[in-house]
Design a protein around this ligand. Structure first.
Ligand code: HSE
Length: 362
């Protein structure tokens, strides 16, 4: 199997290393790597700076896309699939927006589209979910889906680091996105919970319809107060399906000590699925970082080599995403005079106007 690699950043380097190891067991090699001219010193003749050098290379059977962003990755993925090249990507942004289109294009052109690394970093979650929902009707997804913010909350809460110090460390460790706003404001989680919900509920969901509120307002004092109440603060995605109505929220959440999510620390992620036949399933592992994420990508590669990469996603349900606040939740709200109160039946507008808020998990 001859590969093209788009992107030689944190994840791309991990993929390069793991493919070299894999070539001891499988007939696989990376022929070309697309990146900026500055990478010439490391990549030598393998470097190409025009995406068409890979897209139009008939020797290349499959590509890995780890560029990040939307426009260029969309062009790369779409054109490679149309040429019959299988595509593996870690890009949550493009997958969450074009999942059905990419899967259909792959089927039409008899190649594979794989995106295990787009959710949960190194946790095998996409393939198990796709297999499981053939039997188990999943109607609730709940979890921690961002390594950077979980790392920040852990370092602030357990080790007393400031927000900025913890973010700097998350960047240094290769967990954060190029622009960490997507991590901090919850957009990265929106994309991931969208992918999981679309697969589980078999319908398209628009990222813009998913409510999200970030963690940039968190301080050490807030974390200490939450701790004194017997809770730990986590950045949580929750997705609930009731008939064709879906409610998805991404917001800081107070998790009681002893709850499975309370013990998830640093860059680890955990996702809990509840369904009709399985009760609760839990997935746990490193949600960010070069080698864990590259492991998920290279597992996809092995599934392509072994011809078991087919994904039969069907958009068969007209899902209605409820954009209104679920008012049965309780919220911890800090108003602009720094007064803390526990509130029920509170509208999103009021939550968003507060200084900081978190959902309280009962
Ligand atoms: N920035 C992402 C995170 C990378 O921190 O979870 C993995 O998707």
């Amino acid at each position: 199997m001859v590969l093209g690699l788009f992107g030689y950043g944190t994840i791309g380097r991990g993929v390069y290393t793991l493919v070299e190891n894999l070539s001891k067991k499988y007939d696989v090699k990376i022929k070309k790597v697309f990146d900026l001219p500055i990478k010439k010193e490391i990549l030598g003749d393998k470097l190409v700076t025009d995406i068409d050098d890979i897209i139009n290379d008939n020797d290349i059977d499959a590509v890995v896309e780890v560029l990040g962003g939307h426009d260029l990755p969309y062009q790369v993925i779409s054109n490679c699939l149309k040429k019959g090249k299988s595509v593996i990507t870690a890009n949550k942004e493009v997958v969450s927006m074009h999942l059905e289109e990419f899967i259909n294009t792959a089927h039409e052109n008899k190649c594979s589209f794989c995106f295990e690394a787009s959710v949960g970093g190194g946790i095998p979650i996409i393939r198990p979910l796709i297999d499981n929902i053939k039997v188990n009707e999943v109607n609730n997804i709940f979890g921690i889906l961002n390594g950077t913010t979980n790392y920040i909350l852990t370092k602030m809460g357990d080790e007393g680091l400031s927000f900025d110090e913890a973010l700097a460390l998350a960047k240094k460790n290769g967990f954060a996105e190029a622009n960490p706003t997507a991590d901090l404001e919850g957009l990265d989680i929106v994309r991931k919970i969208n992918i999981l919900s679309s697969l589980a509920y078999k319908g398209n969901i628009c990222n813009d319809d998913i409510y999200h509120y970030g963690i940039t307002g968190v301080t050490k004092e807030i974390l200490d107060d939450i701790k004194s109440r017997g809770y730990v603060l986590k950045f949580v995605a929750s997705s609930v399906k009731n008939g064709n109505d879906v409610t998805i929220r991404v917001e800081p959440t107070m998790v009681p000590n002893g709850h499975p999510l309370s013990a998830v620390k640093n860059e680890f992620n955990a996702i809990l699925f509840t369904g009709s036949t399985n009760d609760m399933l839990q997935f746990y592992g490193k949600g960010a970082g070069s080698i864990p994420t590259a492991t998920a990508i290279v597992s996809d590669l092995v599934s392509i080599i072994e011809k078991r990469a087919y994904i039969d996603y069907k958009n068969e349900n007209q899902l209605e995403v409820n954009k209104k606040h679920v008012n049965s939740n309780t919220y911890y709200v800090i108003d602009n005079d720094n007064k803390v109160s526990l509130r029920m039946d509170i509208e999103d507008e009021e939550l968003l106007a507060s200084k900081f808020y978190a959902r309280v998990l009962m």
